[in-house]
Design a protein around this ligand. Structure first.
Ligand code: PEP
Ligand code: MG
Length: 869
């Protein structure tokens, strides 16, 4: 089996085997871009290595040295040569890029002797010793697991002692001293000498990179991003090029377009006389890429040209790493650039308009879940004017966030778990902070640039981030930060504007999002492809308007119980519930009727001729009764009954399993007058709005929790009779229908019978999930995490539809329902209706529509289009 490929042998399509980095280096080499020669050891070799208990077998070792020999020939230099050594980098490269998650070692091949040769050969001793001390530090960190900061501390001490500001001020003697100190540190910590044999360095480095696949931060990154743990990483071994030779050398990162806004302009940073991680590590503050033109104009022009070639070749925005060695530009990496949702939308639309990609590709380029970021609030303008602006840093990742500050990732995570709004404040973040970043509302750092770890990771997560706020002095140990003469301590509130890089003291109120023209365009394109209609779940005018603005085509679920909780009428609701005779109940319902009718009129007015699906009362009645002693007393007074009497009634209504109790259509069967009042309110409201406004309103009356044909037959008959009577009286026509929810497994199993009495079906997958699994949607929180941890569930089935189980019932429901009525309209209105994977399933089983909460409507539009493409 072939475990190694050089850059001539690889290509982009071999990503699974060579990792993103290895495959793209080979591809860039193929299209004639300047790439230092190298080879890649495959992910399969990594998996084997891990399976063999972290061992490199003989054959692989032999093969590595064979490829090394080839590389030596190509470079006309020998690895380990004492006069002119070939130096190598060893870098990890997984299939899916995991920025900063795994490890890199540069300058491999240097030792106490060859460093002298390099110094002489390059006529630049400083460069040689700087490279050597970097090798020792990276090797110790990656291979021997000694924390990097211990080395940084030694370096900082040296700088302090000599009163230097910059690393570049360290001279050869300083560096030689540092090298000795580094080596002593290794000896002290690991009882071994820093390996002097280049071959040994290489094998140890390869092993360490393979092993890094399983380090905790890589595992947690994969958990957060849903990346399987069994893919393994490739290792790329590449000829070193040096950005630290002098002022006509340097290193940098660039995005072919702006990853925060999507603007079609190269965006990036560089440092002269620097190597490898200096730019991303946030230790020195890098310069804007545009300034490169001033320093090295020819390199700048070449770089700009290369970004165009890369975009054209890959047909997507690229994120590249480059090194300039004495005026020559080299590419060390290219990958599809991570971007904010804003940028994703703009780049997709722009690239389509530029003719780089077609419309379908543009639609597929945006992750529906990412749209969430666009729909979320910004700060209120007038609140912002009054707000206490503390400092301005880099607008690293857009959005608005408010919360209490925490300085350690663990503390932040704990506070979030305790229900707090939290902002993580760090000097700079490292991969150890991933969980804290993922869970908090926003991230603030005092150091680092636009491509620092914090900025890159936050953008990927769609998390608000302000980075590099130099005016803020963070004292992580004391859990405080200082700005001018003010102190902010753990638990104090601040607010971040990630779109402008602003930091405010205290809480700043937020407002709804504004949608860009690009976004609207992408939505219109989506609408051209999708087959599913997108409805919304809304039970008041405000939500309905939000959903309509987001493109909802109807209301798929109006839950009437929410209307009952309004303080203006809750007492009439309670009076109705407490009533012990049908007459008393009717009297209370008469009081409720005008409220209900007005509620529905409001909705019919905004929906005009669109579908408005109203569900009759669903929850068990005791949910409406007061719990608090004072409320019980006041209700008793109002109803002129004793407190004791009210308590007795409440107790009688209480149920052991209310979710399986007296609810849904069972209420309609027991107390027909409740549903009659609601039907009367719906039909009257529809007739009135039709008469007043002239809209051709559509009323869809939906009966919940049907389990048997007879239930629906009875309730349909009762509804029909009343509706016809009202319509006849009004002397008008009305477009209305009577349908049912399918949310009890029995209803799905017998959907052919149920369909005889239904004009439409709507899958209530919240109840259907709970009843199929036999666990309560309200209590499952207690164990679901254990199930996720032990991988009994891949996803919480209340969030992502269980396609194999619950989905089977859906499929059956559709097939049986349409066997009885060929063109039966069928949709879904459980939470799953707004979740992309579940929407895809709904598309596949040929539902007519999905209904979801207003803020998920655009997500559903895009997801439905992607399913149809
Ligand atoms: C459902 O059960 O999926 C549903 C939409 O109804 P509710 O969530 O109100 O029970
Ligand atoms: Mg339900």
């Amino acid at each position: 089996q072939k475990f190694i490929y050089n850059f001539q042998e690889g290509k982009t399509e071999m990503k699974a085997l060579l990792g993103g980095k290895g495959a793209n280096l080979a591809e860039m080499n193929k299209i004639g871009l300047p790439v230092p020669p190298g080879f890649t050891i495959t992910t399969e070799a990594c998996i084997r290595y891990l399976e063999m208990g972290e061992k490199l077998d003989e054959n692989l070792q032999k093969s590595i040295f064979e490829y090394l020999e080839e590389l030596e020939k190509e470079n006309n230099k020998k690895f380990g040569d004492l006069k002119d050594p070939l130096l190598l980098s060893v870098r990890s490269g997984a299939v899916t890029s995991m920025p900063g998650m795994m490890d890199t070692i540069l300058n491999l091949g240097l030792n106490d002797k060859s460093v002298k040769g390099l110094a002489k050969k390059a006529s630049n001793p400083r460069f040689a010793y700087d490279s050597y001390r970097r090798l020792i530090q990276m090797f110790a960190n990656v291979v021997l697991d000694i924390p990097g900061y211990e080395f940084d501390n030694l370096l900082e001490k040296k700088k302090e002692k000599n009163d230097y500001n910059n690393d570049t001020e360290l001279n050869v003697d300083d560096l030689k001293e540092i090298i000795e100190e580094y080596k002593s540190l290794i000896k002290e910590r690991e009882q071994i000498e820093f390996p002097q044999k280049p071959g040994e360095q290489l094998l140890m480095a390869v092993k360490a990179v393979f092993s890094s696949w399983n380090n905790p931060r890589a595992r947690s990154y994969r958990n957060i991003n849903d990346i399987p743990h069994d893919l393994g990483t490739a290792v790329t071994v590449q000829t070193m090029v040096f950005g630290n030779i002098g002022e006509n050398s340097g290193t940098g990162v660039a995005f072919t377009r702006n990853p925060a806004t999507g603007e079609n302009k190269v965006f990036g940073e560089f440092l002269l006389n620097a190597q490898g991680e200096d730019v991303v590590a946030g230790i020195r503050t890098p310069k804007d890429i545009n300034e490169l033109e001033k320093f090295l104009p020819e390199v700048y022009t070449e770089l700009m040209e290369i970004t165009r070639i890369l975009e054209k070749h890959y047909e997507d925005m690229q994120d590249i790493e480059f090194t300039i060695q004495e005026g020559n530009l080299y590419l060390l990496q290219t990958r599809t650039g991570k971007r904010t949702a804003d940028a994703a939308v703009k780049i997709a639309v722009d690239m389509k308009d530029e003719g780089l990609i077609d419309k379908k590709t543009a639609i597929l380029r945006v992750d529906p879940e990412d749209i969430n970021q666009l729909l979320h609030p910004n700060f209120k303008e007038d609140e912002l004017k009054k707000a206490d602006l503390l400092a301005i840093g880099l607008a690293a990742s857009p959005g608005a966030a408010t919360g209490k500050i925490y300085f350690r990732s663990e503390d932040a995570v704990q506070a979030v778990t305790d229900g707090e709004d939290v902002i993580l404040v760090r000097k700079e973040t490292s991969p150890e902070d991933i969980e804290g970043m993922a869970k908090t509302n926003g991230v603030l750092t005092s150091r680092g640039g636009m491509t620092s770890h914090a900025a890159v990771v936050a953008r990927g997560m769609g998390k608000c981030c302000v980075a590099g706020v130099g005016d803020i002095k963070v004292d992580e140990a004391a859990k405080k930060f200082y700005i001018d003469d003010r102190v902010f301590k753990e638990g104090d509130y601040i607010s971040l504007n990630g779109s402008l890089g602003e930091v405010y003291a205290g809480i700043v109120e937020t407002t709804d999002a504004h949608l860009s023209d690009n976004f609207k365009k992408l939505m219109q394109w989506s609408d051209q492809y999708r087959k599913l209609k997108i409805y919304t779940n809304a039970d008041n005018q405000k939500d309905a308007v939000i959903a309509l603005n987001f493109g909802a085509e109807g209301i798929g679920l109006c839950r009437t119980e929410h209307m009952f909780f309004d303080s203006s009428r809750i007492n009439s609701v309670r009076e109705m519930i407490v009533a012990n005779t049908s007459k008393k109940r009717k009297k209370a319902l008469d009081k409720l009727f005008p409220y209900q009718k007005d509620d529905f009129k409001e909705l019919f007015k905004v929906m005009e001729a669109k579908d408005l699906t109203i569900r009759l009362l669903d929850p068990p009645l005791h949910e409406f009764l007061p719990q608090e002693e004072s409320e019980i007393k006041s209700l008793a007074d109002e109803l002129s009954i004793s407190i004791q009497e009210l308590k007795t009634i409440t107790e009688e209504l209480a149920e052991v399993n209310p979710m399986l109790g007296h609810r849904g259509c069972r209420l309609g069967i027991s107390y027909p007058e409740i549903y009659k009042m609601q039907v009367k309110a719906i039909i009257s409201a529809a007739l009135e709005v039709k008469a007043e406004k002239g809209y051709d309103v559509k009323a869809d009356i939906m009966i919940p929790l049907i389990g048997t044909e007879k239930e629906l037959a009875i309730l349909r008959e009762q509804t029909l009779e009343l509706a016809e009577e009202l319509i006849a009286k009004s002397d008008a026509e009305l477009n209305y229908s009577i349908g049912t929810m399918i949310e009890i497994p029995r209803a799905a199993l017998l959907a052919d019978e149920i369909a005889k009495h239904a004009d439409f079906f709507s899958f209530g997958t919240n109840d259907l999930t709970q009843m199929t699994y036999g666990f309560s949607r309200d209590d499952s929180g207690r164990f679901i995490n254990h199930y996720l941890e032990q991988e009994i569930f891949k996803k919480d089935p209340f969030t992502v539809l269980d396609q194999s189980g619950v989905g089977k019932l859906l499929k059956m429901g559709v097939e049986l329902g349409r066997k009885t009525k060929e063109d039966l309209k069928i949709g879904i209105c459980g939470e799953h209706g707004g979740e992309p994977a579940s929407i895809d399933f709904c598309h596949k089983i040929a539902l007519d529509y999905v209904s979801c909460s207003p803020y998920r409507v655009p997500i559903a539009r895009l997801a439905a289009a992607q399913s149809a493409i």
